[in-house]
Structures are given as structure tokens and as C-alpha cells.
Write a protein that binds this ligand. Structure first.
Ligand SMILES: NC(=O)c1ccc[n+]([C@@H]2O[C@H](COP(=O)([O-])OP(=O)(O)OC[C@H]3O[C@@H](n4cnc5c(N)ncnc54)[C@H](OP(=O)(O)O)[C@@H]3O)[C@@H](O)[C@H]2O)c1
Length: 235
């Protein structure tokens, strides 16, 4: 049995990924939730509560998974209860930006730090950081969304940098940043118009695309940024 760890399995994409791995068979899944609580059960699914901002909680979680073959971090925020994505610099708020970095950027580094031993025990382990195309500097033609764009751009740099270190210390691992498409989840729904909703993916479709992309990865792909259609995104 292979072991997957899905951080944010209570979310739209994380939940669909966990369910599809379990349907495929051959996987045990350890999934985390924060505010939503465990939403469903399966004999091969284990739920843990985790606030991904707490390094000691991440370290404790990793002791529950001594071998990891697939680690997917899906945690992310686009807005908070008092602030949505900025349309203009007038709406910029430093506290919101720092909150965005805490959830979108920092966790992959604490996960990488504390999962190393478990990944070493895995078979050609894959680590996926859910990023977003808007985190690509090369692809930024529209502007706006300062906090989210900056947090995901910094996440991309974290992925690239950690992948370089792991080429030496964990050469069988593949670490990528991944854009899932625009997916109808709690994160995106408030910002989808009728027009954009038509070109979005359901969480189930997005999870299928993601797992298809992951199947084709090899360690030579480490330190790259992919979209749901299997195309590389420029940084
Ligand atoms: N949806 C899209 O269109 C889209 C597009 C591009 C990129 N992405 C990225 O894809 C990822 C998944 O997004 P989604 O659409 O599935 O969002 P979602 O449904 O809102 O799920 C977000 C997940 O993050 C968890 N989370 C938030 N704060 C946390 C914390 N402090 N500690 C631990 N977990 C925390 C949530 O847990 P609880 O619910 O239990 O609190 C939830 O499981 C995100 O990184 C997002 O930026 C999404």
C-alpha cells in the first residue's frame, strides 16, 4: 500500500484528491482538516486536525506517517472574513498579506522540513504544492490580487529552492508547484461570475487532471510548475 498525505483534505480540491486516490485503490490516505472537521469516512482514510501555521503541529503529524509516497499541500486562502482579493492598491492591507503568506507560502517549507525522513522511506515520493497561475510573474498580464499573487509567487520560489536542495539530499523525490485550473470550491466561488463559472472545473474533474499529471512525473521534473492540462507554466 502506498501512503498519501493530503494537507487540507477538508477542502474542495483536497477532498476530491483523497477520494479519488481511495477509489483507485492501493492507497492509504492521511488527511488533515482545520475548521471544517472530517466530512466523510473510509476504512483507509485517517483524519487529523492541523493548523498548518503551527510548525510543532506539522512535526507531530509527520510522526504519524513514517513513510510517505505522495504529499499534497492544498491549503490556501484567497480572501479572509474582512478582506477579499485586492482590485486596486487602495485596498492593500499588510495584515491580510501576512495572513496570506502564512497559509499560502510558509507551510510547504515546514512540511518539507519535517517530512524529509518519511519521504526518504517512500518509493519515488512526489510532493505537490498547490500554487496558482496568478503566482507566475511571467504570466501576469492583468494585475490585481496583490496578496495572493505575491504569496503564490513566493511559494513558487520556495518550491524551486527546496527542489534544488532535495536533488542532493532526496534525489528520488519530485517536488512541483501546481495550478489546478479554476475550480468551483469555497475559495473561488465568491469571485466567479456567470461567465467565468462556465469555464471552471468541478473539484472531481480537477482532481482527475491533477492525478493524471502526477502519473507522468519523474524526478527529472523536480522544481517545475505545471498546470492541470499537463503544460509547464513559466515562473
Ligand atoms: N479553487 C480554485 O479555483 C483554485 C485556483 C488556483 C489555485 N488554487 C489553490 O488550490 C488549493 C486548494 O484550494 P481549494 O479551492 O480546494 O480551497 P478550499 O476548498 O477553500 O480548501 C482550502 C483548504 O485549506 C485548509 N486551510 C485553510 N487554512 C488552514 C489552516 N490555517 N490550517 C490548516 N488548513 C487550512 C482548509 O481547511 P478547513 O476548511 O478545514 O479550515 C481547506 O481544507 C489552494 O492552495 C488554492 O490557492 C485553487
Amino acid at each position: 500500500m502506498k501512503q498519501a498525505v493530503i494537507i487540507g483534505a477538508s477542502g474542495g480540491l483536497g477532498g476530491a484528491l483523497a477520494q479519488q486516490l481511495l477509489q483507485q485503490g492501493g492507497w492509504r490516505v492521511l488527511g488533515t482538516y482545520h475548521q471544517s472537521g472530517p466530512l466523510w469516512n473510509h476504512p483507509l482514510m485517517t483524519w487529523h486536525s492541523l493548523d498548518v501555521r503551527a510548525e510543532n503541529a506539522i512535526a507531530a503529524l509527520m510522526t504519524q506517517a513514517p513513510k510517505i509516497d505522495l504529499l499534497i499541500n492544498t491549503t490556501g486562502i484567497l480572501s479572509s472574513s474582512h478582506q477579499g482579493p485586492e482590485k486596486s492598491i487602495r485596498q492593500f492591507n499588510a495584515e491580510h498579506m501576512m495572513a496570506s503568506f502564512e497559509i499560502n507560502t510558509v507551510p510547504i517549507l515546514n512540511l518539507g522540513k519535517h517530512a524529509q525522513a518519511s519521504l526518504k522511506a517512500g518509493h519515488q515520493p512526489i510532493v505537490v504544492a498547490l500554487s496558482a497561475r496568478v503566482g507566475s510573474i511571467a504570466d501576469n498580464d492583468l494585475g490585481g490580487w496583490y496578496s495572493y499573487r505575491c504569496a503564490k509567487a513566493a511559494l513558487n520560489m520556495a518550491v524551486k529552492t527546496l527542489a534544488i536542495e532535495w536533488q542532493r539530499s532526496l534525489p528520488k523525490a519530485t517536488l512541483i508547484a501546481y495550478h489546478p485550473g479554476t475550480v468551483r470550491t469555497a475559495l473561488s466561488k465568491p469571485f466567479l461570475s456567470d461567465d467565468t463559472a462556465r469555464i471552471t472545473l468541478s473539484p472531481e474533474e480537477a482532481a482527475q487532471h491533477c492525478l493524471r499529471v502526477l502519473e507522468r512525473l519523474t524526478p527529472t521534473d523536480t522544481g517545475t510548475f505545471w498546470d492541470w492540462q499537463g503544460q509547464k507554466i513559466p515562473w
